[in-house]
Write a protein that binds this ligand. Structure first.
Ligand code: HEM
Length: 467
């Protein structure tokens, strides 16, 4: 399979690589397709005029890197992704796509059945998303999602309207069912609702992040000097070098699978827990205990580097490993960032996270619901990426050793499972199998096709050979 070069970014949707869309506001707009033939027509124009490519985002980030501090570029960028049901619907109008979907149940089984399939739901440990996909606006299946992001919400909403009107030029091809709205927290920019700096550690991609033509600094994260944070492009992008073990239909080349999850955060419960339990854990105070659960202090400072106090000068350090899968060090084995990324050089499970918080800040005495994280991530194989991290690591108190504990942030078990101890050195604190702090409220699996497929309106006949 081919490596990926920086020139190839013009064929890949823009939110996938190079830290994705610059954003403080984002809308995930879930739609159903009403007229497949018309949609296959209008998407061709929309692909050229509205869907941001990786090159567009590289150029935008380069422009931003040259701006004087405090200045912004007020634009909104759009991507699009489809459910398995959405692709099947489109294949009614595009015979070539019908053939293209053959065998997908073997190469992308979770995608094909969807996140709320009973077996899948059980495997993830999810509740039923009873209040999420009610399809408010007249009903219909979720066929896809428009992802629109920018700095100002008004610009984002206006762009979304624009995209829908172009998709519906000449008749109603598609309608919005409902949307999820994410905004950066004004009180703590860049921090999720539990108060921790988020969006620091992303894998770098061979051919892209080390390209000599990437002439500007992407962010201020301190990466390892060696290539230990690099992944083959095929870990994220379908059909590229590194995706050899999970072959998918050829038309999917240069696409990526998107996992979306609406994760409600119970901030009051988290705060009470760290305040009430830090002594049992042998920690020096609630702040240290919180950092031990997460693996970084609130500033982002890795506990593996500094375990005594938060040090914001270390916030963006990403140049560390834990010295081995089971080596007890300063960072507990079950800390969220350690469970989700073991840092042993085993890199096929890496994902590109693109989440954003939703809801207002928590205030004491107010209901502990209605806020959280719109979690989104890209990978070339859901079974290796999101799904593996969730089911084989976060949900398993026995990973990486028998007594490590559940990932307190995202781990979820069965009501019948016994509470599991979260191990910190020689001490431990019991965690309920049903996660008290984060509740999955909704979510789905999507596929974000290449620009070629979108520009061809899903007529993949001529693309199979060319890709
Ligand atoms: C409400 C839910 C979640 C919260 C509050 C949360 C919070 C955080 C924070 C604060 C970080 C550290 C900052 C950073 O490196 O970006 C982080 C890192 C990370 N999270 Fe989450 N997260 C959540 C859900 C998830 C889910 C569902 C997954 C995947 C199954 C996940 C996977 C990761 C990964 C892979 C990292 C990077 C670890 C590293 O490379 O060191 N997170 N998360």
């Amino acid at each position: 399979m081919n490596p990926l070069k920086i020139e190839d970014l013009s064929g890949i949707q823009g939110d996938i690589l190079l830290n994705g869309f610059p954003k403080k506001a984002e809308v995930f707009s879930f739609f159903t397709i009403r007229a497949t033939q018309q949609f296959c027509q209008t998407i061709q124009t929309v692909a050229s005029s509205k869907i941001a490519t990786g090159k567009d985002i590289k150029d935008l980030r380069e422009q931003i890197s040259k701006l004087p501090k405090g200045q912004i570029i007020d634009v909104a960028k759009t991507n699009i992704a489809f459910t398995s049901g959405g692709l099947t619907k489109l294949s009614n109008s595009q015979r070539s796509l019908q053939r293209g979907l053959n065998g997908l149940q073997n190469s992308a089984p979770s995608f094909v059945v969807g996140m709320q399939n009973e077996t899948e739901r059980e495997a993830l440990g999810d509740p039923v998303f009873s209040n999420w996909n009610l399809n408010q606006n007249g009903g219909g299946s979720i066929d896809g999602v428009l992802i629109v992001a920018g700095i100002k919400m008004e610009t984002v909403q206006a762009e979304l309207k624009n995209v829908y009107s172009q998709l519906n030029k000449g008749g109603e091809a598609v309608i919005e069912l409902f949307k999820e709205i994410g905004v950066e927290r004004a009180s703590q920019p860049g921090h999720e609702h539990f108060g921790f700096n988020d969006g620091i550690s992303h894998p770098q991609v061979f051919g892209i992040n080390n390209s000599p033509s990437l002439t500007f600094q992407l962010d201020d994260v301190v990466q390892p000097k060696d290539t230990s944070n690099f992944v083959d492009p095929g870990v994220i992008v379908v059909g590229r070098h590194g995706d050899e073990n999970n072959p998918k239909p050829q038309w999917m080349t240069d696409g990526s699978f998107l996992v979306f999850r609406k994760l409600e955060q119970h901030v009051g419960k988290w705060n009470d827990f760290v305040v009430n339990k830090w002594k049992d854990a042998g920690s020096s105070g609630p702040a240290q205990f919180g950092a031990q659960l997460m693996g970084r202090w609130q500033s982002g400072c890795p506990i593996h580097i500094q375990d005594q106090r938060d040090d914001s000068t270390l916030a963006l350090r990403n140049d560390f490993d834990y010295g081995g899968l089971t080596k007890q060090g300063k960072c507990p084995l079950a800390a969220h960032i350690r469970k989700a990324h073991i840092r042993t050089g085993f890199n096929s499970t890496r994902i590109m996270r693109r989440g954003i918080p939703y809801g207002d800040d928590f205030r004491n005495g107010q209901p502990d619901v209605g806020r959280g994280l719109l979690f989104a991530c890209y990978q070339s194989t859901i079974e290796n990426g999101y799904r593996f991290i969730q089911t084989a690591w976060a949900n398993q108190p026995g990973f990486p050793t028998g007594d490590a504990g559940l990932d307190v942030t995202i781990g979820q078990g069965k009501a019948t499972d016994p509470p599991s101890p979260f191990q910190i050195g020689t001490k431990s604190v019991n965690i309920n199998p049903i996660n008290d702090f984060v509740t999955a409220k909704g979510g789905e699996y999507f596929f974000a096709p290449s620009m070629k497929v979108l520009r061809a309106g899903f007529n993949i006949e001529n693309l199979e050979a060319k890709l």
